[in-house]
Design a binder for this molecule. Structure first.
Ligand SMILES: [Zn+2]
Length: 325
C-alpha cells in the first residue's frame, strides 16, 4: 500500500497488488478532511489512516462511500463519530452484499484444512478466492457501520472555498455508485466505475449506463482520476475501460447469437490487449452480465457467488493462465 499526492489537496492510498478487494482510498485534505472509501479490513484501514495522517492535521470528520461493496466500507468503524455520506440505496444494499459474517465464514473455512478440502471439491473457484483473500485480509472484528447522510442525485460540500461534488451515477458497477469531483483541482475519485489495469467487475446495471458514466467522467475533464482499483490515470483510463466494455459486449453478442453458454463464450473470447490486466479470467463476469441483458433479465438479478467464482476458475484453467481473482 502506498500514498500518492494527486493534486494540491487531494491524495490517494493505492493497493498495489490490484486483485479483488484491493480497493483504493482517497483524501481531500480541506475543511475537516474527507476520506473516500475505507478499505477491506481493519488492518488495511489502519494502514490507510497512518499513511494519510502524514499529511492531515487531525482525524477527518467526514467519509464518502463510493458504493456498497465490502472492500470500500469495511473500515468505516475506525471513523467513529464521523459523518458518512453515501447514496440513499447504500445502507440497505450494504446489508445485502457486504455482510462481513459471510466473508469471515469463507476465510475461516479455507483456513481450516478439513473444510478447505471439502470446499475445494465442491467449489474450487470459491475455495481459490478464499485462499487468495486469506493471503492479505482478516475480517475478524469488522462490523458493518452504515452511512449517516444519504442523498439522491447529488451532494455538494464547500471545503474552505473548494467545492466538492458527489454525483450519483449508478447503477454501473453497483446500485449505489457515486463519483466525487473536485473541479478546482481537476480530480475525480471514480470508485468502481473505473478499474485500471485490472479486469472490471459489474454486479448490476447495464453496459449502456456504465459507458455513459465513463463519458461523464471524460466530460468533467479531470487531470487525474483515482480509480476504485488500480493505479492513477487520466481520461485515457476511462476511454480504455469503455473500449473494453464495448469489446466484451460485442464478442458476447456474437457468442450469444451462436448459442454458446456464457461459460463457453468466456472460454472462447480472446483476452486481446486486456490479457495484461490483473485477473483477466474475470472476463466471465462481464460475459454473464452481457448475457443477462440479452436475455432481458432484471439488471439487479442476484448472483450465485460460488457459481461465479467457479466459472472464473474454469476460464483461467481453460486458458492455461494462473487462477487469480
Ligand atoms: Zn471494489
Amino acid at each position: 500500500m502506498k500514498m500518492q499526492q494527486v493534486s494540491d489537496n487531494c491524495f490517494a492510498v493505492l493497493n498495489e497488488k490490484n486483485r479483488v478487494c484491493d480497493a483504493n482510498s482517497g483524501l481531500i485534505n480541506l475543511g475537516d478532511g474527507v476520506v473516500i472509501d475505507t478499505q477491506s479490513d481493519l488492518a488495511h484501514a489502519r494502514q490507510m489512516i497512518e499513511l494519510f495522517s502524514t499529511v492531515w492535521p487531525a482525524m477527518p470528520k467526514r467519509v464518502i462511500i463510493t458504493h456498497e461493496d465490502g472492500d470500500h466500507v469495511w473500515g468505516n468503524q475506525l471513523f467513529a463519530g464521523a459523518e458518512i455520506i453515501a447514496h440513499r440505496s447504500v445502507p440497505e444494499r450494504m446489508k445485502q452484499v457486504a455482510n462481513p459474517e459471510e466473508f469471515k465464514n469463507l476465510l475461516h473455512g479455507v483456513a481450516n484444512e478439513a473444510t478447505r478440502l471439502s470446499l475445494q471439491t465442491l467449489h474450487p473457484g470459491l475455495a481459490a478466492t478464499g485462499l487468495q483473500l486469506l493471503e492479505d485480509y482478516n475480517l475478524d472484528g469488522v462490523e458493518l457501520v452504515l452511512p449517516t447522510t444519504l442523498f439522491d442525485t447529488r451532494y455538494e460540500l464547500d471545503l474552505d472555498g473548494t467545492e466538492v461534488h458527489v454525483i450519483y451515477v449508478g447503477p454501473c458497477h453497483q446500485v449505489g455508485d457515486s463519483i466525487i469531483h473536485v473541479p478546482k483541482e481537476r480530480v475525480v475519485f471514480a470508485g468502481d466505475v473505473l478499474f485500471r489495469n485490472c479486469t472490471p467487475i459489474g454486479w448490476v446495471g447495464s453496459y449502456e449506463k456504465w459507458i455513459q458514466c465513463l463519458d461523464l467522467i471524460i466530460e468533467l475533464d479531470p487531470e487525474v482520476i483515482v480509480p476504485g482499483h488500480g493505479p492513477l490515470c487520466g481520461i485515457e483510463g476511462a476511454m480504455e475501460m469503455q473500449a473494453y466494455l464495448e469489446y466484451l459486449r460485442d464478442e458476447s453478442r456474437t457468442c450469444f447469437d451462436a448459442g454458446f453458454s456464457s461459460l463457453e463464450a468466456a472460454k472462447r473470447i480472446e483476452f486481446g490487449p486486456y490479457g495484461e490486466w490483473a485477473a483477466p479470467a474475470r472476463l466471465y463476469m462481464n460475459v454473464e452480465r452481457a448475457y443477462r441483458e440479452f436475455r432481458e433479465e432484471p439488471p439487479d438479478a442476484p448472483w450465485n457467488h460460488a457459481a461465479v467464482f467457479d466459472a472464473v476458475y474454469d476460464v483461467a484453467k481453460a486458458k492455461g493462465i494462473e487462477v487469480e481473482f
